[in-house]
Design a binder for this molecule. Structure first.
Ligand code: ZN
Length: 184
């Protein structure tokens, strides 16, 4: 591994440990020329997992994309990157054990299961973007699925901020959120 500091091509591994779920190995290395220390991660390459989209087209599964969609839903919430990465690892593991082709809807459902536990606002944001509630009742159902542990007013404000940051025109989800204001 080329030293990121001096470019020397030889190093020594000084520490090596597995991630909690044993899906990756983290190695601490030291450059044999300048003694700079750096870290590398080793993971199994999963090129076989494919996503079947709603329109039946396929595309290779992209872990980065999944991390980004979760990170977007969690924007401005105090959720650590480690929490998100762990959730993504768990989702990927579940997808891998369910077969080579996974419907995009299945990924969405798994993300919602994780976010529901991690953060309620993030859960509803993700649901409103990816589920496209058809009416206010569906939105209320999603909130009720959280077990009414939330303060609707605080939640609404955060959701609207997220919606407004995301788009200009009204979406079915935004309409649902507005309509549900009087119901909760
Ligand atoms: Zn070096």
């Amino acid at each position: 591994m080329r030293c990121p500091k001096c470019g020397f091509r030889d190093d020594k591994v000084i520490d090596s440990r597995q991630s909690r779920d044993s899906s990756s190995i983290r190695r601490r290395r030291v450059c044999l020329q300048c003694a700079y220390r750096f870290t590398t991660y080793e993971q199994i390459e999963r090129s076989d997992l494919r996503v079947v989209k709603r329109d039946r087209t396929h595309e290779p599964f992209d872990r980065r994309k999944l991390v980004n969609s979760l990170a977007k839903a969690c924007e401005k919430r105090s959720i650590s990157l480690v929490t998100l990465e762990t959730a993504v690892d768990e989702i990927v593991h579940e997808l891998e054990t369910s077969g080579r082709e996974v419907p995009s809807a299945m990924i969405g459902t798994k993300v919602l299961e994780k976010l529901r536990v991690i953060d309620e606002v993030a859960y509803l944001r993700y649901a409103s973007v990816h589920r496209r509630f058809e009416d206010a009742d569906q939105f209320v159902d999603a909130i009720q699925a959280l077990g009414r542990r939330i303060k609707p007013n605080a939640l609404q404000r955060e959701l609207f901020e997220a919606e407004m940051a995301q788009q200009s025109g009204p979406s079915p989800a935004a309409a649902g959120a507005r309509a549900s204001e009087t119901k909760i």
